[in-house]
Design a protein around this ligand. Structure first.
Ligand code: SF4
Ligand code: SF4
Length: 195
């Protein structure tokens, strides 16, 4: 994917929401206004090639109050929360928390998810935790592949993981799975993982 540049973008004035930066800062607890736009984060991000906007560009969109643009970009979904960028950031900005919050707001507002297959993967991980209290990787992969109708692309990796006993055939459960279900209910996470 080619990363976009602001100079090539037409800014939609109807998209400007002056309360948006405050909302993101309050929910994330991250002061993104200290960003220097030095690009250190983008340089270190292994996933920036897949993102339509670079991490600092996502921050800039939030700073400007470009709500829909920020919430509908693919970068917020490609971020895997590895924190490589935060370690390299001279201002110590926790970008993965910001992208998490942007994903949450996008879901709450019913914004079209730019990368629905990534959301599906997250949902399957949460479903697994809800069912067993742990992740059952084989089932997560099976369900995800079923959704994508793509059985063969990662066969080699899957086979290797099975032979190295990295994938359990049967799930293991925690002793009190009801506690996990209560946690999901308490945190109103059933919308994201309800099966
Ligand atoms: S490394 Fe930090 S200060 Fe530099 S652009 Fe990224 S978020 Fe901003
Ligand atoms: S936390 Fe997200 S934005 Fe930062 S380096 Fe990792 S994938 Fe990239």
């Amino acid at each position: 994917m080619t990363t976009k540049h602001f100079k090539d973008q037409i800014i939609d004035l109807d998209d400007l929401d002056s309360s948006f930066p405050k909302e993101v800062i309050q929910r994330s607890g991250v002061n993104l206004n200290t960003c220097l736009h030095c690009l250190s984060c983008a340089g270190g991000c292994e996933f920036s090639n897949n993102m339509d906007f670079l991490p600092n560009q996502m921050i800039r969109m939030v700073q400007l109050g470009l709500k829909n643009k920020a919430l509908s970009c693919s970068g917020i979904w490609f971020c895997v929360g590895c924190n490589t960028c935060s370690i390299q950031c001279p201002m110590g900005i926790d970008i993965s928390t910001i992208t998490d919050v942007l994903c949450q707001i996008a879901l709450e507002k019913g914004i079209v998810v730019a990368e629905p297959h990534i959301l599906k993967f997250h949902e399957e991980v949460l479903n697994s935790i809800k069912r067993y209290g742990r992740t059952h990787k084989l089932e997560i992969m099976f369900r995800y592949k079923l959704y994508k109708k793509d059985w063969f692309s990662d066969m080699g990796v899957g086979f290797k993981m099975l032979t190295k006993r990295k994938l359990d055939i049967l799930p293991s459960k925690i002793s009190e799975p009801e506690e996990i279900k209560k946690f999901f209910q308490k945190n109103r996470m059933d919308n994201y993982a309800g099966q």
